[in-house]
Design a protein around this ligand. Structure first.
Ligand SMILES: C[S@@+](CC[C@H](N)C(=O)[O-])C[C@H]1O[C@@H](n2cnc3c(N)ncnc32)[C@H](O)[C@@H]1O
Length: 430
């Protein structure tokens, strides 16, 4: 998609590449509106791309509570019957109102005759309208905001090698505020990789960031292609590698509170089991950022993830955090479930000598396929993390036939949009 700025050479440029609504996944759809009147003030984010990323015009900190309240009412409406049946209340975890996104994707716009360099700006999607040029974006982390003018200036004034055919600038930062990866996205092949590397090194060194150049089928790395996040969870400082281009949670504070919440659920489950730590099946585990903090709460964990880079990061993250009770499996969860179901008729308790009490699922927006849903049903405890209320609802309609809703908490991962994340704990009915 292109637009010309009045007076400028029409050198523009795609913004936001596929961030997907909320978190990763393949199908769309925010939560269904409240049946009881509907939420009054839910902001529809960019529908096609970047739906977890609010428009600048939606960023209204003074309306944060109102927008979140509308989301909660929407969720209460959507899940009303299921919640009422088990007397379960929806609770919430609020996000910081500003600087909450640790990763962000921008388009690029360039003006000028090129003699003294170009005036390069970051752009944001604008709900189908012309993209908006921004010099800062208070939704993105402070580190990203601090870098934006420096990156724009350096790319505009510096060697044309880094800005020719540049269509996007992606940032990946952490709460720990140490590593930063800046990805430059091009719509044409990078012709001279060596020259690109030289210029990228110069820029990376001057800004203290790693740089990645991406064009179709090519990835050039100058520095690291990951960041290391670290957080204090209860009494331990944990850290994990987050790989550029693969899934990581965008809202660091909310991710931390999600971890604390699920660790609390795990403690409660152990109490339910008479203080005995049993085993966890952990599906869609990503880089293991939930697996690591959950590891002391279970005797053994079997974790499954499809993405090879994430499995390899998870493996490293287990080592870094001295986690020794996790078995990682690179597989599609649907195939994994099909396979175990075919071989064992759904008898997961006996799978490879595990003694499972609990399954944790954190699927993409498409939710659980029928086989994985069937597998989940075999567990006494189910922790379901979902960024799509529509698919969550469909799964809970099945699961609540056999399991009661014990808790339902909304984590506001995506302020100023209609998207949110729900963490639901179900326990087999007595
Ligand atoms: C919402 S993310 C959650 C990741 C992780 N729990 C976290 O919080 O970082 C969903 C994860 O599912 C993985 N995934 C997507 N489809 C999958 C499939 N069919 N089988 C296994 N993993 C899949 C993605 O690579 C991604 O890591």
């Amino acid at each position: 998609m292109e637009r010309s700025r009045a007076g400028g050479p029409s050198k523009v440029v795609r913004a936001e590449s596929r961030e997907g609504a909320g978190r990763s996944g393949t199908s769309g759809g925010g939560f269904a509106r409240s049946r009881a009147g509907g939420p009054s003030k839910v902001v529809r984010a960019e529908s096609r791309e970047g739906a977890g990323i609010p428009l600048l015009s939606s960023y209204k900190p003074e309306e944060y509570e109102e927008v979140l309240g509308a989301k909660i009412r929407g969720i209460e409406g959507t899940f009303g019957d299921l919640l009422d049946r088990d007397g379960c209340e929806v609770t919430r975890e609020v996000s910081p109102k500003a600087y909450f996104r640790l990763r962000c994707r921008f388009g690029v716009s360039c003006d000028g005759d090129g003699v003294d360099g170009l005036s390069l700006t970051h752009t944001l999607y604008n709900r189908g309208g012309p993209r908006v040029s921004v010099s800062s974006y208070p939704v993105a982390s402070k580190q990203i905001n601090a870098l934006m003018p420096k990156v724009a200036d350096a790319l505009g004034r510096g060697s044309p090698v880094l800005r020719t055919n540049l269509t996007g600038i992606h940032y990946l930062t952490t709460l720990a505020e140490k590593d930063v990866v800046v990805t430059l996205v091009y719509d044409k092949p990078l012709e001279d990789a060596e020259q690109w590397q030289r210029e990228a090194k110069r820029l990376g060194d001057s800004l203290s960031v790693s740089l990645i150049g991406r064009s179709k089928g090519v990835k050039l790395v100058c520095g690291k292609d990951y960041v290391v996040e670290s957080m204090r969870i209860n009494d331990s400082v944990l850290s994990w590698k987050q790989v550029e281009g693969s899934f990581s949670n965008p809202n660091g504070e909310i991710c931390k509170r999600t971890i604390e919440h699920i660790c609390g659920l795990a403690s409660q489950i152990a109490r339910d089991d008479g203080g005995v730590r049993r085993d966890l099946l952990d599906l869609y585990c990503g880089n293991g950022n939930y697996t690591v903090p959950l590891s002391p709460h279970f005797s053994r964990i079997l974790s499954v993830e499809l993405n090879k880079s994430l499995v390899s990061a998870a493996r490293e993250n287990m080592r870094t955090n001295s986690v020794a009770n996790v078995q990682l499996c690179q597989s599609c969860c649907m195939k994994f479930s099909q396979n175990v179901r075919a071989k064992r008729g759904g008898d997961f308790q006996a799978y490879s000598g595990f003694d499972f009490s609990t399954i944790l699922v954190d699927p993409p927006r498409a939710g659980l396929d029928p086989n994985t849903l069937h597998v989940a049903n075999a567990f006494d405890h189910i922790i379901y993390i979902s960024c799509n209320a529509e698919t969550l609802k469909a799964c809970l309609e099945q699961l609540t036939n056999t399991h009661e809703l014990r808790s339902f908490k909304v984590f506001d991962h995506f302020p100023y949009t209609e998207w949110s994340e729900c963490v639901v704990h179900l326990r087999r009915r007595g």
